[in-house]
Design a protein around this ligand. Structure first.
Ligand SMILES: Nc1ncnc2c1ncn2[C@@H]1O[C@H](COP(=O)(O)OP(=O)(O)OP(=O)(O)O)[C@@H](O)[C@H]1O
Ligand SMILES: [Mg+2]
Length: 362
């Protein structure tokens, strides 16, 4: 699977752009502020109906315009699949796959799994646990066909349980039934996450060793409650505290990932470059796992690599370039100067795009 072409209208500073893509390497060069990250964000929007640069649902629409539209053609086993996503300033969004309206962005995500590697990826390690849960969710969603259903049920139970905790007039049996649902679905999510991280771990350690030589790296998954106790027992014990606070204090929504290096938390001991290598290795491991996994929705992930040169020395850059070359992913990669692509120059299949003040040329 690869993306053959993309056309962009009114997305950040890109008024109108159309790119015919190489199935492997697509290099994007441009000065600061030219529109490189905007271009990658447009790819991400096409794959998820969201932006990776902002949580706002509108700020990626070009200033002064009412709507942004991104369309693309995917080559899936030599069959073209047309995808299109739009968002209006009034808040309306539309997703189409082969002309048919789609209500859930998860269908888009299955169609075009996309991973972003950027300087901001280090937030995966230094940011809130929610970032690491999204990371696990992305991976589990793509490899476990039942995850989405369980995830939706768990969130519904959590929302209703919190509501029942806050509402003084709620009945005991109602609370008990949401608690029961939350226990069942939390345990199921825990099972999926445990299995996923177990398989991801060796892939991750192999990649981090390869791209940065960092050793003695340990990745640990924390389930979101005391593992020595049964989850339903904890809910029984915590029922007063939860009622007082008005929210559920343990469960799948409190899970986390801990990364240690030589026994110390990576977020506290590693340099910026090391953190970036660790975060990129975590994401690359997801891409590799998905490619290798013999799941019904098995597909190659598209990698969006923003600012390859930033914070990496020549040796790290070279290692990453060599790794990316071997992976077989389709890659869109940006840099401020050609120097960052040095090792790639001998590679056979590639395209080079130049961005200048929102305009893109081959
Ligand atoms: N909604 C928008 N409408 C118009 N322009 C926007 C919008 N959002 C962002 N921009 C502008 O788009 C320009 C390009 O930003 P972008 O982040 O893509 O640059 P870049 O090429 O990645 O630069 P750098 O090398 O500094 O990372 C910036 O000047 C930014 O202010
Ligand atoms: Mg940028």
């Amino acid at each position: 699977m690869s993306l053959e072409s993309i056309s962009i209208t009114n997305f950040r500073n890109l008024a109108n752009a159309r790119l015919e893509l190489d199935p492997r390497f697509n290099f994007v060069l441009g000065l600061n502020g030219s529109g490189k990250t905007s271009l990658l964000d447009a790819f991400y929007f096409l794959s998820s109906a969201r932006s990776f640069t902002t949580n706002s649902r509108r700020s990626f629409i070009m200033e002064g315009k009412d709507e942004c539209i991104v369309r693309g053609t995917i080559n899936r086993e030599n069959q073209p699949v047309r995808v299109g996503v739009s968002r209006s300033r009034a808040g309306a969004s539309e997703i189409r796959i082969n002309g048919e309206k789609i209500l859930k962005s998860s269908e888009l995500a299955s169609c075009l799994p996309t991973i972003v590697l950027s300087p901001e990826s280090i937030n995966l390690l230094i940011g809130s646990p929610a970032k690491r849960r999204s990371y696990m969710n992305w991976g589990t969603f793509h490899v476990e066909p039942l995850f989405k259903e369980v995830w939706e049920r768990a969130n519904r139970c959590l929302k209703q349980r919190n509501f029942a905790l806050q509402y003084k007039g709620s009945r005991k049996d109602e609370l008990a039934s949401w608690t029961d649902g939350l226990v069942k679905n939390s345990l199921k999510i825990h099972e999926y996450r445990t299995e996923y991280i177990k398989k991801l771990k060796p892939i991750f350690t192999g990649i981090i060793d390869r791209i940065s030589g960092l050793r003695d790296v340990d990745l640990n998954y924390l389930r979101g409650w005391d593992e020595k106790l049964q989850l339903n027992e904890i809910f029984d014990r915590n029922s007063e505290i939860d009622t007082e606070k008005g929210y559920t204090s343990v469960g799948f929504h409190r899970a986390d990932l801990k990364l240690h290096i030589r026994g110390k938390p990576a977020a506290e001991t590693c340099s910026r470059g090391e953190l970036k290598a660790l975060a990129w290795a975590l994401k690359l491991a997801q891409g590799r796992f998905l490619s290798e996994k013999k799941a019904p929705n098995k597909s190659k992930t598209i990698l969006l690599v923003d600012d390859l040169g930033a914070e990496f020395d020549g040796w790290h850059r070279k290692n990453i370039q060599e790794y990316l070359y071997e992976t077989g992913h389709q890659i869109i990669i940006t840099a401020v100067d050609q120097f960052a692509f040095s090792t790639f120059t001998e590679m056979i299949s590639s395209k080079l795009f130049h961005v200048e003040r929102g305009k893109i040329r081959d």
